[in-house]
Design a binder for this molecule. Sequence first.
Ligand code: NAI
Length: 329
Amino acid sequence: MKVIMFHTQNFEREYFIQANQKYKHTINFLDIPLTLLTAKLTKGYPCVCCFGNDPLDASVLKELAKQGVKLLALRTVGFDHVDLNTAKKLKLTVAHVPNYSPYAVAEHAVGLILSLNRKIYRAHIRVQEHNFSLNGLTGFDLYDTTVGVIGTGRIGSIFARIMTGFGCHVLAYDPHPNPGCEALGVKYTPLEDLLSQSKIISLHCPLTEDTYHLIGPSELELMQPGVMLINTGRGALLDTRAIIQALKTRKIGFLGLDVYEEEKSLFFENHSLDIIQDDIFARLLSFPNVLITAHQGFLTEQALANIAQITLANIFAFETGKGKIYLVN
Ligand code: NAI
């Protein structure tokens, strides 16, 4: 099938070329994002392959349909950036990659915990400057610590398992408890109990109307002083303004983020020569106990290979009717 791929990142291109040896689609790799203007380039391409921060709102979808596009092949799990009602009305099929490597994200969350706790990111800078002082670098044993996991689906359950390996007591909150986690000794509690009893809290639930600003002023109030908060889920699970207040009073002792509420205008691009206009993000960066990565939780070789393989298989299934297609609508 003829595929036009927008917002192609260098880190993913080789995985698509490799996976396409099997499917033999004709892929036009573009590094520009999909916008109302660039949507006009899709004429002659029945399939558009989109990145996570390409805004697929009604106007863009209408332009795609006008150009003859039939399939939107998202190379992401999430589809909160797609106006699905409009896609349905326009008879645009939307496929996604439901699961590529839950290990990648769970392990990244653990990486943030270890780095924040033992201040590895600060220690590295000191050693580079030949400052070998250890003052201010004291951490705590993870062993015997209580860790709270919010959302124990694919990623959260793996995260919980890793933390039990450290000898942590793992509490969980999820409207649908996972029997696999219970078998590991994970204890399901009401959210309030998890918030008040955990020294480390990690978020692994999806962003929905119910979970928007799941952690705000009243939830922070319940937490232990100096709590470590980790978010590799979605930025808007946290009320970032409330988080900044809690960092200022040291209620939050450590903050590890792989996602940010307003990340669309920042992440996945090099802004090193720009003046950051987002004052909330700039304030977050100013705290010594905040560690931010730019949505790289998924970024492992296995995950990239799976994303390419499943995306191209979706396109093949749409074209031929053979094999499974992971539809979102
Ligand atoms: P999943 O669907 O397997 O699990 C989500 C779990 O959250 C389910 O068990 C569900 O019952 C639970 N849940 C739903 N509402 C909840 C609530 N109000 N409170 C507590 N739990 C709730 O999803 P998966 O694959 O584990 O992914 C989790 C999230 O991780 C995704 O929604 C996405 O936002 C994020 N993610 C982040 C990536 C990154 O690179 N940082 C990459 C992939 C996913």
